[in-house]
Design a protein around this ligand. Structure first.
Ligand code: G6P
Length: 750
């Protein structure tokens, strides 16, 4: 199938056309030559025939009267003149007279003479003495049979004349072919110039919004195409003339949400206010993939973020209702803080969310803990946030609930505001139904989640796990084709929405990385791999440093050339398991540095503190590669941020197969974080990879992120929510119409 257009293209190529022109010219002029040659021969033979007749009429009397000597003299005199080779007179008694120019083999008994006699006046064309000859025999009148005069004329001039004709024809043919080509080229040039001019005129008219009536006819289809495309383009960019991610998202919010408020509910607030040691207040941006993913959405289209007021100066920096405009230096949306008592927060956040649901959903082999008191706090905190949601968004809001902290909130919002459109996005994995069976309150948890209209996970696999869980533990109808659950006369769509980051990404310039490298005292020649994580047991931090250790064991040439910089933001440290991660990590780093380090060289640099997004971006800019190897992760936005930071298209990524990002970033070196040898090989490959391969892999990953940025994530989610809202309106209208019909029918019956 693919061959056909290629053949056509080849056929239409100029060289092929030239070949065709040469062939057709040769055929045409060849035919002309054949016709001319035949005509020439016929004409020459007729001419020679006439001349032979003249000679014979001049000799006819003499042949009868003259003596042989006189005849011979006359024959001699005639020979040589005007292509006459000779004359041969044959008498029946054996006498013969001829002239000396006739070749000796031409006698009265020679085959040629006999053939001429047999032809009786018609010419015989034959070879004689190396020449083409025209031979005719004439009967001597009044003599008995067998008395003839044979006239032989030279006919060779026909061949040389033919040679001349051929030369003339070949020259004429190829001159006319050349002229044809030149004229053709000239014609094409002139035509193209006219077309270009017409197209330019057309474009300038279109730019002014008009198609002129007197367009050349061959431009007409083009004109229609161009105006159609332009019209579609204008329609798409009509609102703000911008087709970037944020602008397209703003347009969708403006059109599909029909002016209804947008509310995000997430435990972690995007900006915390903390008191410093001297009582000064500083703004802190938390280390949270959720925040870095979702915050650009509100910055793009405004709305309200409802979060837990967890900063020590949070109350003092908000108004009486807990509201403030953020980002603090250039406000774009509202942050509403909800304050919980310490006891409630402990049970809801540390207890049920992070000791129960977090280890339950991650396959990292940490035992989940479920305490009834934590479950109570979880429900009451969810009620508090639901109340705040309705206060901020009213009854018609589009509510984007985030993560496992708020599994039951959709149900509570629905109770308070039945018309609100609610989605719940689960940022962490959803395990199989058997694992969920561990949770003592799984039915209530699922019931709460199915209060949402749209339920989102990062991957289809997690959606299918959820559908199976719902089918297993609830009285509901699971529609696998539509990916939906019908439960309690409510329908919830369950869909994958792989989260992403903003694009274009505000990457730090490479020189920021160079400056950072210098400030850390790292030699510019050394390969720096970077890891950026919260200190969480699901992130596989200890396993990662052990893999670096294994790499240095397996590849001694890397010692002194390779440095791994790990940023680890302390997280959830009230929970013992998290404190253990930090001490295990510190111990492992110490061991590796002791084994492989030396004066001025530490193979692993551990930075245990929180970093602002700007600082993190400088580390990305410094890195030659990144190692992102969680034991289990919903998506992992660090992987995407690192790739987006490589704006010069250079860098390598080692990525765990158990991170959702591995499904999208095919250019990464995918590893199993439980296999130290394969990790070691991948880390070494990232260091030694040829530049072209690095760039090709990076290009693949960057184009993937460009195709699915955070704006695409939120557009798809909001679009599905808007569809739910439209469907609901339709059902409501049908319901009202039905009620009206019944009323009219009843009235008619009366
Ligand atoms: C994960 C969760 C987020 C959370 C983040 C940071 O990415 O999915 O919901 O915000 O970790 O955890 P933290 O407990 O500090 O908010």
């Amino acid at each position: 199938m693919k061959m056909l257009p290629r053949i056509w293209r080849w056929l239409l190529e100029e060289r092929m056309l030239l070949l065709l022109a040469v062939i057709s010219t040769t055929v045409v002029f060849g035919a002309i030559y054949i016709v001319l040659d035949r005509g020439l021969r016929r004409w020459t033979d007729r001419d020679l025939g006439r001349k032979a007749a003249l000679v014979w009429s001049a000799l006819a009397l003499d042949v009868r009267q003259d003596t042989p000597e006189e005849l011979e003299e006359k024959f001699e005199a005639l020979a040589g003149a005007d292509r006459l080779i000779g004359v041969l007179a044959c008498w029946g008694d054996g006498r013969t007279v001829s002239n000396a120019q006739l070749p000796p083999q031409m006698s009265c008994s020679s085959p040629l003479a006999r053939a001429a006699v047999a032809a009786e006046g018609n010419a015989i064309i034959a070879r004689l003495g190396g020449r083409d000859v025209h031979t005719t025999a004439h009967r001597i009148e009044g003599s008995s049979a067998g008395q003839w005069v044979v006239i032989v004329q030279d006919r060779s001039f026909v061949s040389s004349r033919r040679g001349r004709v051929v030369r003339v024809i070949v020259i004429a043919a190829y001159l006319s072919l050349l002229a044809l080509i030149l004229l053709g080229k000239l014609g094409i040039r002139v035509g193209r110039a006219r077309f270009d001019q017409a197209a330019r005129d057309l474009l300038s008219h279109i730019r002014e919004g008009q198609i002129p009536a007197e367009l050349p006819s061959d431009l007409q289809p083009l004109a229609t195409d161009v105006t159609d495309t332009l019209a579609r383009f204008r329609a798409r960019t009509a609102i703000d003339g911008d087709s970037t991610g944020p602008a397209r998202l703003r347009r969708l919010v403006a059109t599909e949400l029909a002016g209804n408020p947008l509310v995000v509910v997430a435990n972690r607030e995007p900006y915390l206010h903390e008191f410093g040691a001297n009582g000064e207040v500083r703004v802190v941006q938390p280390a949270s993939g959720l925040v870095s993913g979702v915050e650009p959405v509100l910055r793009a289209c405004g709305g309200t973020w409802i979060g837990h007021g967890g900063g020590s100066a949070d109350r003092e920096t908000a108004d009486a209702s807990g509201r403030l405009a953020v980002p603090p230096d250039h406000p774009e949306y509202v942050l509403r803080r909800v304050f919980l008592s310490d006891e409630e927060y402990d049970g809801y956040y540390f207890g049920f969310s992070n000791e129960g649901l977090w280890p339950l959903c991650h396959i990292a082999h940490t035992r989940p803990v479920f305490r009834p008191g934590d479950w109570d706090s979880y429900q009451s905190a969810n009620r508090r946030f639901a109340q705040a949601t309705v206060e901020e968004g009213g009854s018609q809001a589009f509510v984007l609930v985030q993560d496992y902290h708020y599994a039951v909130l959709p149900r509570y919002v629905r109770e308070l505001a039945p018309e609100a459109v609610v989605s719940l996005f689960w940022h962490i994995p959803w395990p199989n139904s058997e694992v969920i069976g561990i949770c003592p309150w799984k039915e209530a948890l699922l019931d709460g989640m199915l209060g949402a209209d749209v339920l989102g996970f990062h991957t289809r696999y997690h959606c299918l796990n959820f559908l199976e869980t719902a089918r297993r533990y609830l009285e509901c109808r699971v529609d696998l084709d539509a990916m939906a659950v019908e439960y309690n006369r409510h329908r919830t769509l369950v869909r994958p929405y792989p989260i992403s980051i903003e694009w274009p990404y505000p990457a730090a310039p490479r020189h920021a990385g160079t400056a950072l490298r210098a400030s850390l005292g790292i030699d510019p020649e050394r390969h720096v791999a970077v890891g950026v994580d919260r200190s969480d047991y699901t992130k596989g931090l200890v396993e990662r440093v052990e893999a670096v250790e294994r790499m240095l064991e397996l590849y001694p040439d890397a010692v002194g050339r390779f440095i791994y910089v790990q940023l680890a933001a302390p997280s959830r440290t009230r929970i013992k398991r998290y404190r253990d991660v930090i001490s295990d990590l510190e111990e492992t780093v110490l061991r590796v540095n002791r084994r492989f380090g030396g004066p001025g060289y530490k193979p692993v640099v551990l930075q245990l503190r929180s970093f602002s997004p700007d600082e993190v971006r400088a580390y990305y800019a410094m890195a030659d590669s990144a190692i992102v190897t969680p034991l289990h992760d919903g998506m992992n936005l660090v992987a995407k941020e690192y790739v987006a930071s490589c704006s010069d298209g250079d860098g390598a990524l080692v990525l765990s197969t158990f991170a959702g990002a591995a499904k999208e970033l095919e250019g990464a070196l995918i590893v199993n974080p439980y296999d130290p040898d394969s990790m070691a090989r991948a880390i070494y490959s990232a260091m030694e990879m040829p530049r072209t391969e690095r760039r090709e892999r990076m290009e693949m990953m960057r184009s993937q992120i460009a195709k699915n940025s955070i704006y695409d994530w939120s557009r798809k989610l909001l679009h599905d929510m808007a569809e739910v809202s439209k469907r609901r309106d339709r059902l409501w209208t049908e319901h009202v119409d039905e009620a009206e019909k019944i009323r009219l029918e009843a009235a008619a019956r009366w």
